[in-house]
Ligand binder design. Structure first.
Ligand code: P6P
Length: 335
């Protein structure tokens, strides 16, 4: 019987049975995240109606002006996750410090790092936004996690996923055994498996980059994009298409469905401090998903999931997607 149409709840519990030593904690945590993302989907879809669009009067730790929904969705994630007893602590793009579990609440064996609403600058122009999350084990015997306990390489992730709030709301999930996509059926309020075993084509003729930063890129990326732009008359002997949504969840979902290469490279722009995207809750979870789908994810110089984090909001350059294309760009970095 095809798995298509299976609910995410059933899928998660069946996956739990595959992991012989599982205690059900991961299943419980994933169901908590699913509930939070359903709530966020509802709020995003109604933001214009209930007046929660637009900017807040505050800035986040990145110095970026926050949207009202950045703050609201962060609260939704915390409120859905801080009482269920599956987590030892949390880290959020929107909060400088790690978020401790309230003293009167039970703790669990996992840590989560999340971006509650990635691409939120797109909210007011009605483009796709999303929630990205990364799940790590809390180190053995640690009762009160510190920042240091979050400083784990991406290879230590036990689960990663994102929910994209677009024309449809979709949850993309990996626990290290492939990538599966679930579509929210609003009539029954459940995510349904619609995209089993997602894989990224090894080749592509579609790149995604913010071209306005071109003058700030390093030479290998300048060379790669220049060759793409030369098209069939150039050394690549084929024409390329370009996309840039300015919402990582939308770009990565497109790469998962039809291939492509997404680049937010190292640049000398002062404001990006060595990269735009954050390692713990953007680059690492998306790298786990991309690699599980047969793609590659690199800074250009090294595998992103091999980086030992040094801070919660650390930024890294990201080049991910179709294997052969990303490996070409990596080759340019080592030449
Ligand atoms: P730019 C959104 O703010 C984000 O973190 C990613 O989702 C997206 O890929 C990137 O930044 C867009 O950056 O500089 O094009 O606005």
């Amino acid at each position: 019987m095809s798995d298509i149409g299976k609910s995410i709840t059933q899928f998660i519990i069946e996956q739990q049975r595959v992991h012989k030593k599982s205690t059900g904690e991961m299943s419980g945590l994933l169901n908590d995240i699913v509930s939070a993302c359903k709530k966020i989907s509802h709020l995003v879809n109604r933001s214009g109606i209930i007046g929660i669009g637009g900017a807040a009067e505050s800035e986040n730790v990145q110095g970026e002006v926050q949207k009202k929904l950045d703050i609201i969705t962060n609260d939704v994630m915390v409120d859905h996750l801080n009482w269920t007893g599956h987590l030892a602590a949390m880290a959020s793009e929107e909060i400088e410090e790690i978020i401790q579990i309230p003293a009167n609440m039970p703790k669990g064996q996992y840590l989560i790092a999340f971006d509650p609403l990635d691409g939120s600058s797109n909210i007011d122009i009605n483009l796709s936004v999303g929630t990205i999350f990364s799940i790590l084990r809390c180190p053995e015997g640690v009762k009160d996690p510190t920042v240091e306990d979050f400083m784990q390489k991406g290879t230590e992730q036990v689960c990663a996923g994102f929910c994209v709030y677009g024309p449809t709301t979709m949850m993309i999930l990996t626990t290290g055994k492939g990538v599966n996509g679930f579509t929210l059926d609003r009539d029954v309020g459940e995510f349904i498996l619609t995209h089993p075993n997602m894989t990224i084509p090894e080749d592509t003729a579609e790149f995604a980059i913010n071209m306005s930063n071109q003058r700030f890129w390093e030479a290998p990326v300048q060379r790669y994009i220049d060759e793409c732009m030369q098209g069939v008359d150039g050394s690549r002997e084929k024409n390329f298409n370009m996309r840039w949504v300015a919402s990582m969840v939308a770009e990565v979902y497109r790469v998962l469905t039809r291939g492509g290469i997404f680049l937010y490279p190292l640049d000398t722009k002062p404001t990006t401090k060595g990269g735009k995207l954050r390692l713990l809750y953007e680059a690492n979870p998306m790298s786990f998903i991309v690699e599980q789908a047969g793609g590659v994810s690199s800074t250009g110089y090294q595998r992103i999931m091999d980086i030992k984090p040094e801070s919660v909001h650390q930024r890294v350059p990201v080049i991910l997607g179709s294997k052969n294309e990303v490996e070409r760009v990596m080759g340019y970095h080592t030449e």
